[in-house]
Write a protein that binds this ligand. Sequence first.
Ligand code: KG4
Ligand code: ZN
Length: 376
Amino acid sequence: MLVLGIESSCDETAAAVVADGERILSNVVASQVRTHEKYGGVVPELASREHLRNIPWVVNQALTQAGLHLGKIDALAVTEGPGLIGSLLVGLVYGKALALALGKPFVGVNHLQGHICAVILESQIARQAGLRADEAQFPAVALVVSGGHTSLYMVQHGSHDGSSSMSYQRLGQTRDDAAGEAFDKVAKLLGLGYPGGPIIDKLSRRGIPSAVDFGRIKMKGNPFDFSFSGLKTAVLYRVRGTPLAQEAELRRVWRKGAAERVTAEELSGHCTQATLDLVASFQNAVVTDLVERTIAAAESVGVSTVLVSGGVACNSLLRSQFAEVARGRALNVFFPSLELSTDNAAMIAAAGYHLLQAGVRADTSLTAHASFPLGV
Ligand code: KG4
Ligand code: ZN
């Protein structure tokens, strides 16, 4: 079954063709980073306009790269939510119109389910290529960690009579900022640019992660919930009214005057050791919290597979800390490639495939939802 996936929930316009939920024939992403970076975050109205401009050629490019014309597509999968409503509507309406014109089935996909399916898709690809012998076992615990979400789920994946279905139970979620949002806000505060996660990841390699002791993040109630706004405020207090704030201002001025996008190399030349130590310590605090709560959740529900996905899953310290912690336990941790960790449409097509296999079909009433919880 050839599924055309379309994703436009935030600031990437993406389309992909995936065969049988496991072979990526094309995966095209048009990033809007250049549009939003000068504002230090995504501007919803600008994002919608960019999606409108990009969607026709992104879909065409996905078909061309897959070597297919529209008539060969068996079904369409579009992101239904959560996300920016104007952005979501562009991809959803485009996909729905295509499906109706072609007379093909279509489904709405939860973006978070897409992120989880990205890990499963990648683990299948790695196994088929002989790169990894072990396979994700279900039930599994999934950490979805991005700019908009930080949630833990228990995932069940069942196959019956050739059809597969997935179900989700939410174990915990952030009570305030998502982890990626905290990375982005700290980078903005320090005049480091947008998006903050990849920049802080690179700069942190030059800082000492134990230089600033932020302490552990304490949670009352559900131990699998997250909270990063206190940590973000702790960084703010260490910067406000200090030479670090003046340094951040100088960096902002320098970055505005720079002709091209600055590299992490150039940026680090405009950072004192104190700033590098601060970002490395902040990253260490976020990553330690994500790893500890996820492992505790997996142990508490007694599963051996952990799936990590979403933009923050690109983080190099998160990957190495998970690998290290898993080594000492009977746990297998799976990450998607960097390409499939951030927003993409291959994950939407793969998730759509599972829904279609389970008999789900959308109709003309399908619409976008800014808030769209996954699981119960
Ligand atoms: O999944 P995604 O592409 O979009 C959302 O659904 O939010 O995630 C984007 C988020 C941003 O906050 C970005 O700063 C963060 O992922 N991110 C990272 C890294 N790469 C992207 N955070 C930490 N380390 C990274 N290497
Ligand atoms: Zn996402």
